[in-house]
Structures are given as structure tokens and as C-alpha cells.
Design a protein around this ligand. Structure first.
Ligand code: ADP
Length: 400
């Protein structure tokens, strides 16, 4: 029987990740990444069935269009057997803005709305639009449909009291300024996984999902729905991140501009690219290195402590939204999955919530999807992030 596979595209400014997936069996056949570093381009595709890797370098590419075309050309030339089984293409889109609330098949109206939502995600949405246009052209001859899956969709259930900022209402009504959140695709993925692990239906699950990576966010989920999340109008709000500041007093910005005479563009750069644990430690945004230096470098230690403090504070705050029952706290993302040290530090402060970590289980969490709590504690789970399966499943459900 012919397989029904989905090509998943995750297009950023400095890399394009793509996978060929069987969404029903949750099998990944091909996993690829095209990296653009200092205008040097490299393409790597892993065939996970045959355990082979293709690696190519390219000298000069003139446009983002050509980059995306390169992926299709390589897939057509080298992996035609997989491409013949593809029934749809799923695109990860970081921001759906106020109007695109759920996954949908791409048409000209949808494309226009994604383009207009670029004001909310200027570093991502313009690249998504270009990639979708190329994919539409490439797939025209095969008659495949393109589907967009948004990182903001999962958070559209957040009530007004949680998504509205306390600024004049007209800024929400006329200019759509509100909390949108991010990382929604992975928060949904870990919710689905935890439902299987905890053997509890999604619509009866209350969890706090901590996605800790170079960008970090935490989401309160009640009865399977997002009711609050730490990222806001943009992914700058909330937790301390690798290079992003997270929550700060907005007056700091006025002070930097008006008193310190720093141009506003520069302030934006400072808060997004030079802050977070990088800014505090002044050595790196890489948590592995910060952990190594924890005992020897004062500011590395301080940056990790501030990061963990903020996560604990959010977990505490969100526990009050759980309507009396917290089914699990979940750790996911590069740090959440790999750093037993940071998980320990975060949970250590939360005994009042009946959260206790089992030191031994915590250290063996390289076996993913496991419990790391002590007996008697509220479950604490480590679940590997996987946006691709959700994108493939949503696409499959719309095209098949
Ligand atoms: P992104 O947000 O780019 O998807 P990831 O979820 O891949 O990021 O997370 C990247 C972060 O995870 C980096 O800061 C990296 O240092 C951190 N990380 C990866 N492995 C470990 C580890 N073993 N211990 C601590 N931090 C880790």
C-alpha cells in the first residue's frame, strides 16, 4: 500500500529544517537542515531508515527563494521514492496574528494574512511567506496542498483577563496589542504525550508545561486548554532566555533612550540579542558552558540562579490557575530535556506545591519521556520537544 507522508518545513532566517514524516505511525524518514552561516550554505539530510547522511556545501545563493528551491531539487533528485509518497506540505508559522487562529490550507487570503502578521514576527513570518510561495510553485505539478500550522494557535483559548495588557483598550481594539504567546505547537505536543503517559484524557488534564531552550516559555494548561503563557505580544516577554531579557519594567527602555541616549534600535538589539543569561554572565548564552562554570565564575552562577528563580516563580503563579488539581509539571526543550542541574534548582523551591524531584531519576533523564519525581510528589515529566509530529498530523488531517 502507498504510504501517505507529509513534508514538514520549518523556515527561519538562518536555517531551514525539513522532515519527511509518516504522521499516523509517528515515523520520521528524512530529517534535513540547510544552514546559512556567514553566507556559507550547507545542506545535511539524514535518512533515518537507511542510516545514511548526505552532506553538501554551496557557494553562492542569491535569494531565499533559491534556498528553498535547492531543498526541493535535492529531494527530487536524491529522494524521489519518498517524495512520490508525499500527500501534503506542512509549514510551521511562528505568528498567525489576530485572525489566523487554527491550522489551515494555504490560499491567497491566508498568505496575505501571514504577510500582514509580519509586524508581530518580523524575523520569521517574511521567510515563511517566501517558503510557502516556492512550495506552492514546486507542488503545483503534483497537486499537493500546503498547510500552515501556527505557534500562536494553541494560545487562542487564553481568556481576556490573561491576554489583555492594562493599557488603553483602543490599543487592543484598533491595533491588536495583546498577549499571543509562542511555542504553542510544542506545548500542544507535550500535552498530547503527557495524556498518553498519564493515561488521562486531554480535556481533563491540568499541566504546567516548561519549554526551556534558547527561547523559553511556560504555559498553564487547564482541561487541555492553554489559559496563560509567559511570552506575550512577542517572544520577548516572560522567562529569562539565552539572549532575551524576558519581563522587565518598560521604564528601563525610556531611561535607556532618554537618559542614556541609546538609540531605540540599539535598545531593541540589547534586549533581544544581548540580554538574558548572556547579558548577566557576559560570557555565553549556552547553558552547558554556564553550568560548567557555575562553581568558578560568579556571574555564570548568578545568571543560572536568576533563570531558575524566574521559572520557579512562574510555576508557582500558574499553580493558582489549576482549579485545585495539578496533574504534572513538564520539562521540554534543549535545557528542559538535558539539564538535570537546572531542573533540580527549579523544583527545589517548590516543595510547598508538593513537587519533589528524585535525584537519581532526574540524572537518568537521557531516557526521554520519563518521570523524575519522588513517590508521593505531583508528577514531574521530561518530554522531548517535537513540533514536527504535530505539524505533520495537522497537515494530514486537513489534506487526506
Ligand atoms: P531552540 O530554542 O533554538 O530550539 P533548544 O531547545 O535546542 O533551542 O535549546 C538550546 C539550549 O539548550 C542551549 O542554550 C543549550 O545550551 C541548551 N542545552 C542543550 N543541551 C544541554 C545540556 N546538556 N545541559 C544544559 N543545557 C543544554
Amino acid at each position: 500500500m502507498k504510504k501517505k507522508l507529509i513534508l514538514v518545513l520549518n523556515c527561519g532566517s538562518s536555517s531551514v529544517k525539513f522532515s519527511v514524516i509518516d504522521p499516523v505511525l509517528e515515523i520520521t524518514y528524512l530529517d534535513g537542515i540547510l544552514d546559512i552561516i556567514n553566507s556559507k550554505i550547507s545542506l545535511m539530510i539524514k535518512n533515518l531508515v537507511q542510516n545514511t547522511t548526505l552532506f553538501k556545501k554551496f557557494k553562492q545563493i542569491n535569494s531565499y527563494n533559491e534556498l528553498i528551491e535547492l531543498i526541493f531539487t535535492t529531494l527530487f533528485c536524491k529522494y524521489k521514492n519518498y517524495l512520490d509518497n508525499i500527500v501534503g506540505i506542512g509549514h510551521r508559522v511562528v505568528h498567525g496574528g489576530p485572525f489566523l487562529k487554527k491550522s489551515m490550507i494555504v490560499n491567497s487570503d491566508v498568505l496575505l494574512k501571514i504577510q500582514r502578521s509580519s509586524i508581530f514576527a518580523p524575523l520569521h513570518n517574511p521567510f515563511h511567506v517566501t517558503a510557502i510561495k516556492v512550495a506552492l510553485q514546486q507542488m503545483l505539478m503534483l497537486q499537493h496542498k500546503n498547510v500552515v500550522v501556527f505557534d500562536t494557535s494553541f494560545h487562542h483559548t487564553i481568556p481576556k483577563k490573561a491576554f489583555l495588557y492594562a493599557i488603553p483598550y483602543k490599543f487592543y481594539k484598533d491595533h491588536f496589542i495583546r498577549r499571543y504567546g509562542a511555542h504553542g505547537i510544542n506545548h500542544l505536543y507535550v500535552l498530547k504525550k503527557s495524556s498518553l503517559i498519564l493515561k488521562r484524557p486531554i480535556n481533563r488534564l491540568n499541566i504546567i508545561s516548561c519549554h526551556l531552550g534558547s527561547g523559553s516559555s511556560i504555559t498553564a494548561i487547564v482541561n487541555g486548554q492553554s489559559v496563560d503563557t509567559s511570552m506575550g505580544f512577542t517572544p520577548l516577554e516572560g522567562l529569562v532566555m539565552g539572549t532575551r531579557c524576558g519581563d522587565i519594567d518598560p521604564c528601563i527602555i525610556f531611561y535607556m533612550v532618554n537618559e542614556l541616549n541609546i538609540p531605540v534600535n540599539e535598545v531593541q538589539k540589547i534586549l533581544t540579542k544581548e540580554s538574558g543569561v548572556l547579558g548577566i554572565s557576559s560570557i555565553t548564552s549556552d547553558f552547558r558552558e554556564l553550568e560548567e562554570k557555575y562553581d568558578t565564575h560568579k556571574l555564570a552562577k548568578l545568571s543560572i540562579n536568576i533563570f531558575c528563580y524566574r521559572v520557579s516563580k512562574y510555576i508557582s503563579g500558574y499553580s493558582s490557575l489549576m482549579e485545585g488539581r495539578l496533574d504534572a509539571v513538564i520539562f521540554t526543550g534543549g535545557i528542559g530535556e538535558n539539564s538535570s542541574f537546572i531542573r533540580q534548582k527549579i523544583i527545589h523551591k517548590l516543595s510547598l506545591l508538593n513537587l519533589f524531584i528524585d535525584t537519581k531519576k532526574n540524572k537518568t533523564s537521557h531516557k526521554k519521556n520519563i518521570f523524575i519525581n519522588k513517590i508521593g510528589s505531583i508528577p514531574i515529566l521530561v518530554i522531548s520537544a517535537n513540533e514536527n509530529y504535530i505539524i505533520a498530523q495537522e497537515t494530514y488531517n486537513l489534506v487526506v
